[in-house]
Design a protein around this ligand. Structure first.
Ligand SMILES: CC(C)(COP(=O)(O)OP(=O)(O)OC[C@H]1O[C@@H](n2cnc3c(N)ncnc32)[C@H](O)[C@@H]1OP(=O)(O)O)[C@@H](O)C(=O)NCCC(=O)NCCS
Length: 327
C-alpha cells in the first residue's frame, strides 16, 4: 500500500518584462559585460516596474501554479512567502497575496532567510501537510531585490534581480514527493546584510545617505562558504535517501553565481548537464530563483516522473538548506 506524503503538486513562475543587460548596468557603474559574465555567468536580468511589488509577482506566479493544479485560490489553506524584499514589515507579503487573490482568512506567514527562503518554506510546508494540519499549502519565493540593491556598488549591484515562483504542496501518492530536507543557519552579519531599517538601526537621513537600506556583501566570504555548503548538502541528501549522486537526474541550485555551482558540482561528481542554470537570463533572484528554475526545467522537459531532483540554496544569515524531491 503506498503512503501519501507531502509533494509538489504544481509550480508557477513570473519574471517582470523589463530586461536589463550588462551593458545597461555599465551605464551607471564602471563594469563590462565581459567582467560580469566571466565572474558570475550573468548576461541580463529582469527588473520590476516601479509600481510592481513583491506580492504582485508572487500573485502572478501563484495564478499559474493554481491553474496547473486545477485549484481555486480558496482551496489554499496556508500561505508561506519567502522573501528578503517584502512589500512592508507588516502587513507581511503573505497577507498582501491573501488579499490580492481573495483567499479568505487563512494563515499568512513570511519567512526571512534570504536566498535560502524557498528551501526553508518547502520543508515547513511539507511538515504542515504531513501532520494533516493543513491540506494545500502555497509556497511562494518572491523578490524585488532591485528595491534593496546598492546601485553605487559595482561588485554587488550586478548580481541582483526581481521575480517570483510558487508551488502548491499537498499530500500526493508518489508525485513530487519531498523525500528529505535539511535547513541550517550560522550567524555571520558581515558576510551579507541589510544594515538599516530594523530596530538596531532605524531609518534616518544618515542611513539613507550611506545606502544602508541596501544589500551589503563580502563576495569572497560568501563564495567560499557556498561552494563548501553546496557540495556538503548534495552529499548529505544522497546519503540520507540511500542513493548515489549518479541517481540525481537534475540539481536546481540557487542561482547566485555559475562558478560557485560548477565548483561544487565538480566536487559532488555531478556533471553540469544535470544542473539547471538560468542565471545568464535572470541573475540572482534570491528566494525566487529555485522555483523559477524548477518551472523552466519542467517546461523544457528536463524532469520526468520518478526523477530525483535536488534543490539547494544558501543566503544571508548565513542560512542554507536543501530538499530532495522525487518527481
Ligand atoms: C560578488 C562576486 C561576483 C565578486 O567577484 P570576485 O571575483 O570575488 O571579485 P572581487 O570583489 O574580489 O573583485 C575583484 C576585482 O574586480 C573588481 N570588480 C568588482 N566588481 C566589478 C565589476 N562589476 N566590474 C568590474 N570590476 C569589478 C574589484 O574592484 C576588484 O578589483 P581590484 O582587484 O583591482 O581590487 C563574487 O564574489 C560572488 O559571486 N560572490 C558570491 C555571491 C554572493 O555573495 N551572492 C549574494 C548572496 S546569494
Amino acid at each position: 500500500m503506498s503512503e501519501q506524503r507531502a509533494g509538489i503538486l504544481s509550480i508557477g513562475a513570473y519574471v517582470p518584462e523589463r530586461v536589463v543587460t550588462n551593458d545597461d548596468m555599465s551605464k551607471f557603474v564602471d563594469t563590462s559585460d565581459e567582467w560580469i559574465f566571466q565572474r558570475t555567468g550573468i548576461h541580463e536580468r529582469r527588473f520590476a516596474r516601479d509600481d510592481e511589488y513583491t506580492s504582485d509577482m508572487g500573485i502572478e506566479a501563484t495564478k499559474q501554479a493554481l491553474k496547473r493544479a486545477e485549484l481555486e485560490p480558496t482551496d489554499i489553506d496556508y500561505i508561506i512567502v519567502a522573501t528578503a524584499s517584502p512589500d512592508n514589515t507588516f502587513p507581511n507579503t503573505a497577507c498582501w497575496v491573501q488579499q490580492g487573490l481573495g483567499m479568505g482568512d487563512i494563515p499568512a506567514l513570511d519567512i526571512s532567510t534570504a536566498c535560502a527562503g524557498f528551501v526553508y518554506a518547502l520543508e515547513l510546508a511539507g511538515a504542515l501537510v504531513n501532520t494533516d494540519a493543513y491540506k494545500n499549502v502555497l509556497v511562494i519565493g518572491a523578490e524585488k531585490l532591485s528595491s534593496i540593491t546598492n546601485f553605487t556598488d559595482r561588485s554587488s549591484c550586478i548580481l541582483f534581480a526581481d521575480g517570483a515562483g510558487a508551488a502548491v504542496i499537498t499530500k500526493t501518492e508518489n508525485r513530487g514527493t519531498v523525500i528529505c530536507s535539511r535547513n541550517g543557519a550560522r550567524y555571520d552579519y558581515d558576510a551579507l546584510n541589510v544594515a538599516a531599517g530594523g530596530c538596531r538601526r532605524p531609518a534616518s537621513n544618515e542611513t539613507v545617505e550611506k545606502n544602508e537600506h541596501t544589500i551589503a556583501l563580502k563576495g569572497r566570504t560568501v563564495y567560499k562558504f557556498a561552494v563548501q555548503k553546496f557540495y556538503e548538502m548534495a552529499d548529505e541528501a544522497c546519503k540520507r535517501a540511500g542513493i548515489s549522486s549518479d541517481d540525481v537526474a537534475l540539481v536546481i541550485p540557487h542561482q547566485a553565481n555559475v562558478n560557485i555551482i560548477e565548483s561544487a558540482m565538480k566536487r559532488a561528481g555531478i556533471g553540469m548537464d544535470r544542473v539547471l542554470i538560468n542565471i545568464d537570463r535572470y541573475g540572482n533572484t534570491s528566494s525566487a530563483s529555485i522555483p523559477i528554475a524548477f518551472d523552466e526545467a519542467l517546461a523544457a522537459g528536463r524532469i520526468k516522473r520518478g526523477d530525483y531532483v535536488l534543490l539547494e540554496a544558501f543566503g544571508g544569515g548565513l542560512s542554507w538548506g536543501y530538499n530532495l524531491v522525487k518527481w
